[in-house]
Write a protein of this length. Structure first.
Length: 649
């Protein structure tokens, strides 16, 4: 493997945390980091017990970790309630009347929930769920906009031991059906619609469609957000406002086993079927708590804002759980970054005096394009710390973020992690770590991340290989829901007993880890994971398509764009109309984010003699317009010439 980051990794100058930042930071020097890191690796039980002791446990654990690869039990024997830790725990301190959530709608309307108010709303909805028959262990599918009720619903599920599975509001009817039936959900929480760039987008109508193909749902709770005219089915559908109004604000949080399932979140893999990543309670709680505390250096005075959607893991760990566990005040925003224009975020940073801001490189690139005048028109001096997540950040974007948004004074934490890891794994500690644009730097406490070659040997510095984690960590996934074999095969089989990440990486002379990108057939589009196989099977499901291949092409804003090649069935007419129809078909089956940017109808695809599509060549072709890579295994070399001609239009 080779990488464009190779030279940067060794040559770029490091940015040091300012003495002012370091002075108040929890971890204020590399010596302190190294010492704590050593302890976390040598004596993980002692280290994690200390972290866990910041939180409340209804009954203590008998062991911190039981590890029987790949099965981990963290804080075994303990009884704990996640929602109690996010809410009730703060009600006996001055945090009781502190804002937990400062919510802003797309149209500028504001709602504030103090910790006490949020607690009341969560108790109400917990009681409403119980009144409608939801029991601990039941799966509840959430298909919601970025409104406070999304967080309230997640916390209420956690509070009563129900397992939430949030499906991003941009996903299609088919995606809802797949997820409902994979986890056998019996309850749904949704809203009539959601706002996106000022337009009402239907959500309940999609749920209605989905429930025509899946009959296991007993009750559907509906929040009224857009006042869209929707159908309420008698006996099945209930309004959130009706059931919560009737419900008590009192609820005593029961203790659940530390390993009680907390949520399932679906993510794309290298096959057509998304994986239901399962997270459990105690370890995930400690992991999200502790990463927020050290990496975001959260304090009682902070106003924190993570711009992710609750439909992704970032919204779970760094909107819903981690910040509330830390008792911080956070901003939550309903809509698009460019509504009404690209200054929206900066206006909100000024309006709420945001001090910690966490977003994705793709958003930063879009802001750069929109021009410096927009952020420059606002007072961003409240910011003290910036973060990024989702994909490698290109140095240009990093430097812009640092200078234009951070005023040259804010450390940037480039946080590497995954849906599966539950919490941040590799990241600078803002008061300690020297940073360089483009590297996530050093592993977090307890994370034993190394880079291995094909033979399982550690790669020398500045040489790329496969990123693996050798030791279990508290917030690690506990399985793929309903598929223990796939769990083993996907993550634990390449290097026996080690977690295979799926990313390529290399370390530089300063021990910084540089993430190169996915090694599997997974694209990263605007920081979201998309399986090429998933899009291919959507295309092949269309009656006109015989065969399809999907590859990623570098894209200025999105990181990667989706490019598709299809071969039609014999009797089909190629034409622009069909191309548009196929693109739309993918959006309908998966969601708009999977819609191919470019789609080529071709006569043949490059294949090996054994019939395997050579995606490597297609990738090179869409990136550079030509193919120079090794084509000796190609069955018919002429195919490439035809494709080159086709792309040149
Ligand atoms: C994949 C995980 C973690 C929340 C968002 C995405 C890529 C993530 C970084 C980063 C380079 C990154 C990796 C990873 N990724 N963060 N800071 N630098 N790459 O979660 O959908 O589970 O995707 O995103 O390729 O494997 P996800």
């Amino acid at each position: 493997m080779s990488t464009s980051t190779e030279q940067q990794s060794t040559e770029a100058a490091a940015f040091l945390p300012s003495p002012e930042f370091a002075a108040t930071a929890r971890i204020s020097s590399m010596e302190q980091y190294e010492e704590m890191y050593r302890e976390s690796i040598d004596s993980p039980d002692t280290f994690w017990a200390k972290e866990a002791n910041d939180l409340s446990w209804q009954e203590p654990w008998s062991s911190v970790l039981e590890w029987n690869a790949p099965d981990a039990k963290w804080f075994s024997g303990a009884k704990v309630n996640m929602a109690e830790n996010c809410l009730d725990r703060h009600l006996t301190s001055s945090r009781k009347n502190k804002a937990a959530i400062l919510w802003e709608g797309e149209f500028g309307e504001k709602r504030t929930f103090t910790y006490q108010q949020l607690h009341r709303e969560v108790c109400r909805f917990s009681n409403a769920l119980l009144n409608e028959g939801v029991q601990a262990g039941d799966r509840v599918l959430l298909y919601m906009p970025m409104i406070p009720e999304a967080v309230i619903a997640m916390l209420a599920c956690a509070r009563i031991g129900a397992v939430h599975s949030v499906v991003f509001g941009g996903f299609s009817v088919e995606s809802i059906v797949d997820r409902l039936s994979d986890c056998q959900a019996t309850y749904v929480v949704t809203s009539d619609g959601s706002y996106r760039r000022g337009k009402a987008i239907p959500l309940k109508a999609n749920v209605d469609e989905a429930l025509k193909s899946y009959s296991g749902v007993k009750k559907c709770f509906v929040v009224q957000r857009t006042n869209t005219d929707i159908e309420m089915i008698d006996g099945r559908d209930v309004w959130w406002h009706d059931v919560t109004e009737a419900a008590s604000v009192h609820h005593t949080a029961p203790g659940f086993d530390s390993e009680h399932p907390l949520f399932i979140l679906y993510t794309s893999g290298s096959t057509g079927k998304p994986k239901g990543v399962l997270h459990t309670t105690g370890g995930y709680m400690v992991g999200t708590y502790s990463t927020c505390k050290y990496i975001f250096d959260m304090n009682d005075e902070d106003v924190y804002w993570c711009t992710a959607d609750v439909g992704w893991i970032t919204g779970h760990s760094y909107i819903c759980y981690g910040p509330l566990l830390n008792g911080v005040t956070q901003v939550m925003y309903e809509g698009a970054p460019n509504y009404p224009d690209f200054s929206r975020f900066w206006k909100m940073v000024e309006d709420y005096s945001v001090s910690i801001f966490y977003t994705a490189p793709t958003a930063i690139r879009a802001f750069i394009k929109a021009g410096d005048d927009l952020p420059n028109a606002y007072d961003l001096s409240s910011l003290r710390l910036l973060g990024t997540v989702g994909e490698p950040i290109n140095p240009e974007a990093w430097l812009w973020y640092h200078k234009v948004i951070g005023g040259g004074k804010c450390p940037i934490v480039d946080t590497w992690w995954q849906t599966e890891t539950g919490a941040i794994m590799i990241s600078p500690l803002p008061g300690a770590t020297p940073t360089k644009p483009g590297t996530a730097t050093r592993p977090f406490f307890g994370v034993d991340a190394v880079i291995l070659d094909e033979n399982g040997n550690e790669c020398p510095l500045n040489t790329s290989g496969k990123l693996v984690v050798r030791k279990p960590w508290p917030s690690m996934l506990r399985g793929i829901y309903g598929d223990p074999q796939r769990f083993k095969d996907t993550y634990w089989s390449e290097y026996e007993g080690y977690y295979s990440v799926g990313d390529g990486a290399q370390k530089d002379d300063d021990k910084n880890t540089w993430i190169i990108g996915r090694l599997d057939d997974v694209l990263n589009v605007s920081g979201h994971r998309l399986g090429t196989a998933e899009i291919e099977s959507a295309l092949v499901a269309h009656s006109a398509v015989a065969e399809a291949a999907i590859v990623g092409r570098p894209h200025e804003i999105k990181g990667q764009a989706v490019v598709g090649f299809v071969i039609l069935k014999g009797d089909q007419e190629a034409g622009d109309e069909l191309v548009q129809e196929l693109r739309k078909h993918v959006a309908n089956l998966i969601g708009a984010l999977a819609r191919p940017d470019d789609l080529y109808i071709v006569a043949a695809l490059p294949k090996t003699r054994s019939g395997k599509i050579m995606r490597r060549l297609l990738k090179e072709l869409v990136a550079t317009g030509k193919v120079t890579g090794n084509t000796t295994t190609l069955e018919d070399p002429k195919v490439i010439d035809d494709l080159v001609a086709k792309l040149q239009g």
